[in-house]
Design a protein around this ligand. Structure first.
Ligand code: ADP
Length: 371
């Protein structure tokens, strides 16, 4: 087992004027499951491939344990990689596929057999060891690919979108299996995905990348509760956080008829001369207030009047997609409602952001301002 350190690791592809991975700094603990996540092209695979030794590091360093591996060939790094296309050898049996790397490394036959059988037991593959990959389901092939990595007993597992070839249901099952397997084996793991739900459900910590730059590395809970900037706020969570540009007023910022408190230091940090900030409210953090008063009623209740456009019923709860007039601008708002309190299209809901559950960001820099 081992720690993994990206120490300002940078990759500039020849001919590109922007670094694909720009001074990446992450310290991964021994036994940790770290997920790299971000939109397509943000540098996830390049980061993983740098750690694997499949991509040059142009600046900075990478360490596994206390050993610098920045310029070592892949075979000397004591890692095992699971790719998105499992790259199984079609002419070999499952058992031979799993043991192949050990055979190349000169491990004796009896030891290979023991290690393959152990891994097969863990992965529920014992009865398939003599089959060829084409006689397996997608999920089983995925497990063979995992098995091939496990038998090598590496210091670090690297996984590049290993679930992307599975259908939705199997992906959910398999992600739980991989996460629990990793915890059982205790092997440090770096896992790449573009799927934020996968990242949040699997990782001990999640690292969000954008344009080659690390945005935040944090536990799933903390990332969700306190996103460091507008990008992370919008990327983590589904449906996404409502992000609305609003005017700064005395003691806070005005969100419809409610004032969202923001401390003075935070507002000062927004920078002099800034008239607005961006307030974030997750769909589950609105309270519905008042009765049936429409937006034109004389004593409109506090909060924001949201006209319901679309309702998505999910059984236990539902999502309301509506429009509100906030500070004179027509704004799309998503609100989670209880499964027994689903409004109809055309209804008007009065909603107030729940105190303590709002997020405030600088509109110009995107940085988080609230605590
Ligand atoms: P991700 O895995 O997050 O989708 P990548 O790491 O594959 O992103 O790519 C990061 C950036 O580097 C992208 O802009 C991509 O176009 C660029 N890139 C990736 N591979 C190469 C390559 N072999 N040569 C040049 N540019 C590349």
């Amino acid at each position: 087992m081992a720690t993994v350190t990206f120490d300002k690791a940078t990759r500039n592809y020849p001919g590109s004027d922007r670094a694909a991975v720009d001074a990446l700094e992450i310290d991964i603990a021994d036994g940790e499951f770290l997920v790299l996540v971000g939109p397509s092209g943000c540098g996830k695979s390049t980061s993983l491939r740098m750690l694997a030794g499949l991509e040059d590091v142009n600046d900075g360093a990478i360490r596994i344990g206390d050993r610098e591996v920045t310029h070592l060939p892949p075979k000397d790094r004591d890692i095992a990689m699971v790719f998105q296309n499992y790259a199984l050898y079609p002419h070999m049996t499952v058992g031979d596929n799993m043991g192949f790397a050990l055979k190349i490394a000169g491990v004796n036959k009896a030891d290979i057999r023991t290690r393959v059988e152990e891994a097969a037991k863990i992965l529920d593959l014992t009865e398939y060891l003599d089959r060829k990959p084409k006689a397996l389901s997608g999920g089983q092939r995925q497990r063979v690919a995992m098995g091939r990595a496990i038998v090598r007993e590496p210091r670090v597992f690297l996984m590049d979108e290993p679930l992307s070839n599975l259908d939705a249901k199997l992906r959910v099952q398999t992600r739980t299996q991989i996460a629990s397997l990793q915890r059982r084996l205790g092997t440090t793991t770096v896992y790449v995905t573009h799927d934020q739900v996968e990242a949040m459900t699997m990782g001990d910590r999640v690292a969000v990348l954008k344009d080659g730059r690390l945005q935040q590395v944090d536990s799933p809970r903390h990332m969700y509760d306190r996103p460091a900037n507008l990008f992370v706020a919008g990327f983590i969570g589904s449906p996404a956080m409502n992000l609305v540009e609003v005017a700064i007023t005395d003691g806070g910022v005005k969100f419809g008829n409610s004032v969202v408190p923001v401390n003075r230091e935070a507002l000062a940090a927004a920078g002099s001369g800034e008239a607005t900030v961006t307030v974030g409210v997750r769909p589950e953090h609105f309270d519905i207030v008042g009765g049936d008063a429409g937006p034109l009623a004389k004593n409109a209740p506090a909060g924001v009047a949201v006209t319901v456009n679309v309702v998505e019923e999910l059984g236990a709860d539902g999502y309301v997609y509506g429009t509100a007039d906030i500070g004179g601008a027509s704004t799309d708002i998503v609100i989670r409602v209880g499964g027994r309190r689903i409004p109809d299209k055309g209804d008007v809901l009065h909603v107030v952001p729940r105190p303590g559950e709002t997020h405030v960001f600088s509109t110009s820099t995107g940085e988080r301002l609230s605590d």
